[in-house]
Design a protein around this ligand. Structure first.
Ligand code: COA
Length: 143
């Protein structure tokens, strides 16, 4: 199986726009997140990661710098490329990128049925379940 190439891409570059298209496919079409919530102002300042496999944009996520931590979000893998370790590889790449910048505290909000995926990467859920984009979520962070 091809090893994905994971890179950071400038917002609105060709690869980033392809990642935005993938996000729309995954979150709006597949998961029915309201389209007006999918792209937001954080996209302008986030660091966008793209996984390229077999010449296709197979996955993406974004990293947002906050006062006390880094927030990881919009983790999406194209259905045809799932269960190949691409999301895990993107998460590890984003966390290594942040650590190289001196930040090793991470926060995210996980769809409740994805909590186990993030637990395997060292995240711990806390607080009450809440609804976002029409789906139940839990806040998670690293300690
Ligand atoms: C969730 C998603 C990003 C996982 O991507 P993926 O590339 O298939 O995941 P990986 O292959 O990297 O999986 C890594 C590990 O997590 C596990 N995992 C993957 N999806 C999981 C899930 N839904 N629940 C629990 N564990 C999961 C895998 O079994 C694997 O375990 P291993 O390291 O022990 O082998 C992908 O299914 C997706 O894009 N879903 C739709 C969008 C979404 O839900 N995003 C997350 C929002 S919080």
């Amino acid at each position: 199986m091809a090893v994905p190439i994971i890179m950071t891409v400038p917002v609105f570059s060709t690869l980033c726009n392809a990642a935005f298209t993938l996000r729309r496919q995954v979150f709006v079409w597949e998961q029915h997140v309201p389209p007006e919530e999918e792209l937001d102002a954080d996209d302008l300042t986030a660091t966008h990661f793209v996984a390229v496999s077999e010449g296709e944009v197979a996955g993406t996520l974004r990293l947002i710098e906050r006062a006390d931590d880094m927030k990881i979000g919009r983790v999406a893998v194209h259905p045809a490329f799932r269960s190949r370790g691409i999301a895990k590889a993107m998460m590890l790449a984003a966390m290594a990128h942040a650590k190289a910048l001196g930040c090793d505290r991470f926060y995210l909000t996980a769809q409740t049925d994805k909590v186990q995926f993030y637990e395997r990467l060292g995240y711990v859920a806390y607080g009450e379940e809440f609804t976002d984009g029409g789906m139940p979520h839990l806040a998670m962070k690293t300690y």
